[in-house]
Design a protein around this ligand. Structure first.
Ligand SMILES: Nc1ncnc2c1ncn2[C@@H]1O[C@H](COP(=O)(O)OP(=O)(O)O)[C@@H](O)[C@H]1O
Ligand SMILES: [Mg+2]
Length: 416
C-alpha cells in the first residue's frame, strides 16, 4: 500500500469521521503498511463507536497485545463479552492474562502472607522543579493547585475553598508527567509513593483490587505523602463504555479510596498520569476525585532548550548551542531529547576509546545523533485530534484543542 493511498484515506476519514467503513479500511491499510500504532488508534475509535466487526476482535486483540496496549485489550474483551462474540472471548482473555502476568512478574503467593511492594519506609522525595525543564506555566498551575493548598491550608479555609481531590496529568508519552509528579512531591517536601500498574494488576481474581487498596493503606499509614497512580487509564478504564464486571470492581475500589480521602483528611495527596485520557472512566473526573486535569504538551522551543540544559548539566561539553539544537528538535518529547543526548554521549565515549583522550561533548556529536532520533509525539497528537473530531469531546480537551490550533503545530501535523 503506497503512502499516497494511506494519506488519501487519512484525509477522507478526517473529512468523514463518522464513516465507519472508511475508518476500517484506513485501519487495515495502516496495519498492512506496518503502521501498527496508528492502526490501533483507529481501531480504538472504531471500538468506542461500535464500528468494529465481530470477526476483527481477535486479530485486533493480537495486535494490541503485541504492542503492549493492555487497556485496549481489556476494552476489547469487555466489549466482546457484552456483544456475545463467543468465539473471541477465550482468546482475548488469554491475551489479557498473558500481558498482566508478564507485567506483574507473576506473583504466585496469594493470601495474607503475600509480599507487597510497599514495605520500605517512606523518605522525602529529592526531585524538585529545577530538574524539570520548561513547563513554567504548568509549574505555576501546580503551585497554585497543589503546593499552596498543601503548605498554606489556612488560606484556603479562610476563603472557603476546599483542598483535597486529585490532579490528573495527561499528554503524549515521554513529556515529563511522571517526572513532574515526582518533582511536585519534592516541592511539597513529601515522600512519593509510585503505584505502577505492574504493582497492582494481577491475574488472580480479586488480587488487583486488594493490591490497590493496600497501596492506599500504606500511603495513609505513612502520610502525609503523595500517592501517584501512573497509567490511570489501565486502572480506571471507562466502564460506561463496556461495563464488564471485572474492570468495574477495580474502578469501584479506586472510587471508594478517592472518596474516602476528603472525609478522612489524612494528608494524602493523589496525583495520576495517563497517555490515554479518553480511556479514563468519567466517574474519576467528578468533583473531589480527579477534578483538576492538566494537559502536559510536548515542550516548545524555549522549553526544549531548558530541558537540554537540564540533561547536559554535569556532562563535560564544549561550545554546545542548545538554542540551535532546540530549534532543530520540533515535536521532540523530553524523553526523545534525553535519547538524543545519550546517543551523543555514546559517540563521545566511542571517540575517547579510540583516541585515548577525553573529548568533550560537542555540537557535532549531537548533530550526528540527530539523524537517528525522531520525534515521538506526533502519533499521539494525530490520535487526539481524530478523537476530538470524531467523539465531539472538545470541551474535555479544550487545552489540547487550543494547542492543536496553533499554527506551528498544525503545520507539523499536516506534514507528517
Ligand atoms: N521537562 C523535562 N525536563 C527534563 N527531563 C525530561 C522532561 N520531560 C521528560 N524528560 C526526560 O524524559 C524521561 C521520561 O519522562 P516521563 O516523566 O517518564 O514522561 P511521561 O511520564 O510523560 O511519559 C524523564 O525521565 C526525563 O529524563
Ligand atoms: Mg510516565
Amino acid at each position: 500500500m503506497s503512502n499516497d493511498r494511506i494519506d488519501a484515506l487519512r484525509k477522507a476519514v478526517e473529512a468523514n469521521p463518522d464513516d465507519v467503513l472508511l475508518r476500517l479500511v484506513l485501519a487495515e491499510s495502516l496495519n498492512v503498511a506496518g503502521e501498527t500504532e496508528e492502526a490501533l488508534d483507529q481501531y480504538v475509535v472504531l471500538l468506542d463507536h461500535h464500528g468494529l466487526p465481530d470477526d476483527q476482535f481477535v486479530p485486533v486483540g493480537e495486535l494490541a497485545a503485541a504492542n503492549g496496549r493492555l487497556a485496549l485489550l481489556r476494552n476489547l474483551l469487555e466489549a466482546a463479552r457484552q456483544r456475545g462474540v463467543v468465539e473471541g472471548t477465550g482468546r482475548l482473555q488469554q491475551l489479557v492474562d498473558g500481558m498482566i502476568a508478564e507485567r506483574s512478574g507473576v506473583r504466585i503467593k496469594v493470601g495474607p502472607e503475600a509480599e507487597t511492594p510497599y514495605e520500605q519506609d517512606l523518605v522525602k522525595e529529592a526531585t524538585t522543579f529545577d530538574q524539570v525543564g520548561g513547563m513554567d506555566e504548568i509549574k505555576r498551575v501546580i503551585h497554585r493547585m497543589v503546593i499552596l493548598p498543601q503548605s498554606r491550608p489556612e488560606l484556603y479555609e479562610k476563603y472557603g475553598r476546599k483542598a483535597g481531590g486529585g490532579v490528573m496529568l495527561y499528554g503524549p508519552p515521554g513529556c515529563g508527567k511522571t517526572l513532574l509528579a515526582r518533582a511536585t512531591a519534592g516541592e511539597c517536601g513529601l515522600p512519593f509513593v509510585n503505584v505502577r500498574i505492574e504493582d497492582v494488576m494481577d491475574p488472580y481474581l480479586g488480587v488487583s483490587e486488594r493490591n490497590l487498596h493496600e497501596a492506599f493503606e500504606h500511603a495513609r499509614a505513612n502520610g502525609p505523602c503523595v500517592l501517584f497512580l501512573d497509567e490511570l487509564d489501565a486502572l480506571a478504564f471507562a466502564r460506561h463504555k463496556h461495563g464488564g464486571s471485572e474492570s468495574r470492581r477495580l474502578v469501584d475500589v479506586l472510587l471508594q479510596e478517592l472518596d474516602a480521602i476528603g472525609s478522612e483528611n489524612d494528608g494524602l495527596l493523589v496525583l495520576a498520569a495517563t497517555n490515554a485520557p479518553w480511556d479514563v472512566d468519567e466517574a474519576m473526573l467528578r468533583p473531589g476525585r480527579f477534578d483538576r486535569v492538566i494537559f502536559v504538551p510536548p515542550p516548545d522551543e524555549p522549553a526544549r532548550a531548558d530541558i537540554l540544559a537540564v540533561l547536559t548539566k554535569g556532562v563535560p561539553a564544549d561550545g554546545l548551542d542548545l538554542k540551535a539544537l532546540a530549534a532543530q528538535t520540533a515535536m521532540f518529547s523530553g524523553a526523545d531529547l534525553r535519547a538524543l543526548i545519550e546517543r551523543g554521549v555514546d559517540k563521545v565515549i566511542d571517540e575517547a576509546l579510540s583516541t585515548g583522550g577525553e573529548p568533550p561533548l560537542a555540537m557535532q556529536h549531537l548533530t550526528e545523533a540527530l539523524a537517528a532520533v525522531k520525534p515521538s509525539t506526533l502519533d499521539w497528537l494525530h490520535r487526539v485530534r481524530s478523537y476530538i473530531e470524531f467523539a465531539n469531546q472538545s470541551e474535555r480537551y479544550d487545552d489540547v484543542a487550543a494547542y492543536l490550533a496553533s499554527r506551528d503545530v498544525r503545520r507539523r501535523l499536516n506534514k507528517n
